[in-house]
Design a protein around this ligand. Structure first.
Ligand SMILES: [Zn+2]
Length: 433
């Protein structure tokens, strides 16, 4: 069984001035605690919530005795994650700041600080007692409620001061059981595409992650420079434009789309998904040509880590098992002859040194990931799978064959729900290389 969570944003109704001002005060105190705790945590290199709480609980309590005591707990948790990610960036040399800036604050709530009051209202504990807050539930919210998801005890609240509304982030939880796989679907990800091998056929999904990340990076930089010059570094206009840019980027996020197709296909076939285990040196190898450290980090996070995380998240939701295998040499050995493949000057097509057949690099990687999983190099022992539909002897090879994937451009696949659509669609666009 695994626990699947989804966060849903719900707005409150417009609150009376008197009630909203309580939340403004609450947010002020909460922010102040987090600001102080962050300084302390970063200065003393504390990443653990428990340690922070042990060291600072008394002091914070005495600072705001009127606040329900659990706000100190949640402020410590909030701080813990902020300090952790900041110290990590610092360690990687990705920030020049001494301390993280506490700009946006959402108030973290635990099970002592809020209660649901039916499905259309909640109660929040404040320094003035319990405050009832009506919700404006939407379609997506009801979908979770009606499909048997339960509300988790954690929630976050942000203030929309312009509209006198609270923005509440609720978490829905579901327990899902993993199925026993009947076969494997392997996935090779690089900075520009994701290749999926299903029943002996390789599909290359173009993702253009590198281009997207670079495009966003430069657009962001341009906006920053222009608005810094016009209005100064901390202007309201600039923040607004930057937020818009971020939202646009989120909407275009195709990693969820690719994850959806991969996971649904695996689910329909009851296959496990094979992914490569990503290590640190993998990151530097894959995109080492990019000189800018920060940019390299971003591209790695968006393409490799991002797609993997999205696949993992979706897989948990559907109960699809995920197997990790060692990615070493996956594109270097011919899966049919177990012999080195030679690629000449940066080409993605290589020739097997024994059979002489041509291979596409990403297809080779997929086959080798699959073979590693079948041999039990992964975290899943093959014996536990029982029976497999994929037969190793089905690996295609012949001296003339180009093991060419079916290439699918973003515009083509982005609206698909699963690969079944392609398999039934007579005209996928094969590109001859
Ligand atoms: Zn070969």
């Amino acid at each position: 069984m695994s626990r699947v969570t989804r966060t849903v944003m719900v707005r409150s109704v417009k609150l009376p001035r008197r009630v909203f001002s309580i939340f403004v005060e609450l947010e002020g105190m909460y922010r102040n605690m987090v600001e102080q705790l962050v300084l302390y945590a970063v200065r003393n290199n504390i990443k653990s919530f428990a340690r922070l709480k042990a060291l600072k609980y008394r002091e914070m309590r005495s600072l705001y005795p009127q606040l329900p005591s659990h706000y100190v707990y949640t402020a410590c948790q909030d701080t813990g994650t902020r300090a952790k990610s900041f110290l990590r960036l610092k360690r990687l040399g990705l920030t020049e700041r001494e301390y993280p800036e506490v700009r946006r604050v959402s108030i973290w709530l635990d099970d002592h600080l809020w209660k649901s009051n039916g499905y259309t209202s909640i109660k929040i504990a404040t320094h003035r007692g319990w405050a009832a807050v009506g919700l404006e539930p939407h379609k997506q919210y009801w979908r979770y409620v009606n499909r048997g998801w339960k509300l988790a005890s954690e929630a976050k609240v942000k203030l929309d001061k312009g509209n006198r509304q609270l923005i509440i982030y609720l978490t829905f939880v579901k327990e899902v059981e993993e199925f026993k796989p009947r076969g494997y679907l392997s996935v090779d990800v690089n900075e520009n595409n994701a290749t999926v091998l299903v029943d002996g056929i390789a599909y290359l999904f173009e993702t253009n992650m590198e281009k997207l990340v670079l495009g966003y990076y430069y657009r962001r930089k341009r906006v920053q420079e222009r608005y810094d010059k016009l209005y100064g570094k901390r202007s309201r206009v600039k923040r607004k434009v930057m937020r818009k840019l971020r939202e646009q980027k989120k909407k275009q996020d195709i990693k969820w789309k690719i994850a959806n197709i991969i996971v649904r296909t695996a689910y329909e076939k009851q296959y496990a998904i094979v992914l490569e285990k990503l290590g640190k040196h993998v990151a530097s190898n894959m995109i080492k040509r990019i000189k800018d450290k920060q940019l390299r980090h971003r591209i790695f996070q968006a393409s490799f880590r991002g797609i993997q995380r999205a696949v993992e998240g979706k897989a948990r939701e559907y109960g699809v098992p995920v197997v990790y295998v060692d990615p070493r040499n996956t594109s270097k050995l011919c899966p049919a002859h177990n012999a080195p493949i030679t690629y000449s000057n940066g080409s993605r097509i290589g020739r097997c040194s024994i059979g002489g057949e041509l291979w596409h690099r990403d297809v080779v990687a997929c086959w080798n990931l699959l073979l590693k999983a079948l041999r039990g190099d992964g975290s899943y022992a093959p014996n536990s799978v029982g029976y497999l539909l994929i037969d190793v002897s089905r690996i295609p090879f012949g001296t003339k064959a180009i093991h060419d994937p079916i290439t699918l451009l973003v515009g083509l696949w982005a609206r698909w729900k699963s690969l079944e659509v392609t398999l039934n669609n007579p005209k996928p666009q094969g590109i001859t290389l």
